[in-house]
Design a protein around this ligand. Structure first.
Ligand SMILES: *[C@@H]1O[C@H](CO)[C@@H](O)[C@H](O)[C@H]1NC(C)=O
Ligand SMILES: *[C@@H]1O[C@H](CO)[C@@H](O)[C@H](O)[C@H]1NC(C)=O
Ligand SMILES: *[C@@H]1O[C@H](CO)[C@@H](O)[C@H](O)[C@H]1NC(C)=O
Ligand SMILES: *[C@@H]1O[C@H](CO)[C@@H](O)[C@H](O)[C@H]1NC(C)=O
Ligand SMILES: CC(=O)N[C@H]1CO[C@H](CO)[C@@H](O)[C@@H]1O
Length: 438
């Protein structure tokens, strides 16, 4: 059992058929042998981290091997319908041709409605489903709908609800030639404009989790005209600066690690479908292993989550582009929040200078309410504090002791600690404008 995560890593390392992102990769002509030597130290420390996680996890998650509940096998429409919520599926096409399904819960169980529109954006390898998995009275999507808010749940290109394109097929490499920057400059604007159009509003509330915050800040800085379409941004575990990331799997994608995974995937677009199907295989009979892997990614304090794990693993990971991981890996190394690093020569062509430009957070003028937590290995407290000093309009920030990265989304107690607060912020902001900045 203890060696399985290592096998998993090796299988990531041996991904076949990856191709170049449309530019010259000559600058990085490593001999694989040299890189193995260079990376020996980092790999061994990665293995150590992994083993530590395995050892600390084996006890606490041992109950997760129980059979997965029915909800693990239901999709978003089936889930919402089962629990008595109306759900609509809408289709949005981005400027660059991706066709994305967006899900809407227009009202909740109590049939009250007001005119507040809330847009929710999931994290890496997740989908719109993430917002309702915990069920009524626990999941943010349902809680907001029961308040009478009009809830829209976006999807990022490449995930299970956004795997179509006007001209490309997911089996073509070009389909996967994007990072979370494209999600920020194409997917979010298309979905937000669509939701505003359908609801006939000028602006909405945005809740982002993890990558759903990264791509939001990209949108704010590269398309600042979208600031005025957002009343308030709720950032759950925001990821922008990453110098202090502790998650071994994310670090593995950092150029600083010089690991084989980075070298093999470097600059090459492909889907993480192999990873998803592999996880599926493992998880059908080995949910303990999956638990361990997830906790290696997100931080190892799992006391809030063990009961929910079989359900979560039925819904994630869904697919993304490997370049999303590589771009995050670059942020870990550089400690900056900046555009994709193509290597000095290509950067000159793309950006007119040899290093990638920073995203200009001073343009992100939307009022931000930030939630971050003590045991988060991805959005670490140190990195979030740095983000807080850069955001020009921090409305409030909330530090949560004892939570890890996933707990903000999935801990049963998140309703008391986070979601009921979001509802209150919206009421204050919406109906008592003296508190607002506009
Ligand atoms: C595992 O399940 C058993 C019985 O259902 C329970 O007594 C025990 O406390 C659980 N352990 C953990 C760590 O949740
Ligand atoms: C969910 O599954 C049902 C039954 O297979 C299908 O009819 C429906 O279109 C699916 N919904 C989504 C959003 O994929
Ligand atoms: C809720 O609203 C719908 C549509 O307006 C209506 O058909 C339904 O009867 C209402 N249900 C309750 C419990 O009021
Ligand atoms: C899981 O294990 C059981 C018994 O060990 C086996 O019958 C079943 O086929 C396995 N399922 C999968 C999906 O491998
Ligand atoms: C770094 C790396 O592995 N680059 C590869 C990307 O894919 C092309 C094939 O299209 C290879 O030639 C590169 O070596």
């Amino acid at each position: 059992m203890r060696t399985t995560p290592i096998l998993f890593v090796i299988s990531i390392l041996s991904v076949p058929q990856i191709q170049a992102r449309n530019f010259n990769t000559q600058a990085r002509s490593y001999s694989i042998f040299d890189s193995v030597l260079q990376s020996a130290y980092q790999i061994s420390s990665f293995v150590q981290d992994a083993l530590n996680v395995v050892l600390t996890q084996t006890q606490t998650v041992s109950n997760a091997t129980e059979d997965a509940p029915e909800d693990a096998y239901l999709n978003i429409t089936q889930l919402a319908t089962k629990y008595g919520y109306p759900i609509e599926e809408h289709t949005v096409t981005t400027e660059d041709g991706y066709i994305i399904n967006v899900h809407r819960i227009p009202r909740g169980r109590h049939n009250v409605t007001n005119n507040v529109v809330v847009f929710l954006m999931h994290g890496l390898v997740e989908s719109s489903e993430s917002w309702i998995l915990q069920g009524p009275d626990k999941a943010l999507g349902y809680i907001l709908a029961d308040q009478g808010f009009d809830v829209w749940m976006g999807n990022a290109r490449g995930n299970k609800y956004a795997k179509k394109h006007l001209t490309l097929q997911p089996n073509q490499q070009d389909f996967w030639d994007f990072t979370w920057e494209e999600i920020g400059i194409y997917d979010l604007p298309a979905m937000i404009d669509y939701a505003l159009h359908v609801t006939n509003r000028d602006s909405l509330y945005y809740v982002g989790y993890s990558q759903g915050t990264t791509s939001f800040y990209v949108m704010n800085s590269l398309k600042p005209e979208y600031n005025k379409k957002i009343k308030m941004m709720f950032a759950l575990a925001p990821v922008a600066f990453m110098a202090n990331v502790r998650s071994p799997l994310i670090k593995m994608f950092s150029p600083a690690s010089e690991s084989l995974a980075y070298l093999l995937l470097n600059y090459n677009a492909s889907s993480t479908d192999y990873l998803t199907s592999m996880t599926g295989k493992f998880c059908s009979n080995m949910s303990l292993t999956c638990n361990i892997i997830l906790h290696m990614i997100v931080g190892h304090d799992s006391k809030h989550l063990s009961a929910l794990m079989p359900l979560l693993l039925g819904h994630m990971p869904t697919s993304c582009s490997t370049l999303q991981l590589v771009h995050y890996g670059q942020l870990v190394q550089s400690g900056r929040f900046c555009q994709f690093d193509y290597g000095a020569q290509m950067n000159l062509e793309m950006y007119g200078k040899d290093s990638p430009p920073d995203y200009d957070l001073s343009k992100a003028t939307v009022p931000n309410v930030v939630f971050f937590s003590e045991h988060d290995w991805v959005a670490t407290p140190a990195d979030v504090k740095r983000l807080l000093t850069r955001l020009p309009n921090v409305y409030d920030s909330n530090f949560i002791a004892d939570f890890n990265h996933l707990d903000l989304m999935y801990a049963p107690v998140a309703n008391d600690i986070i979601y009921s607060k979001i509802v209150k912020y919206i009421y204050d902001f919406e109906y008592n404008t003296i508190l607002g900045v506009y």
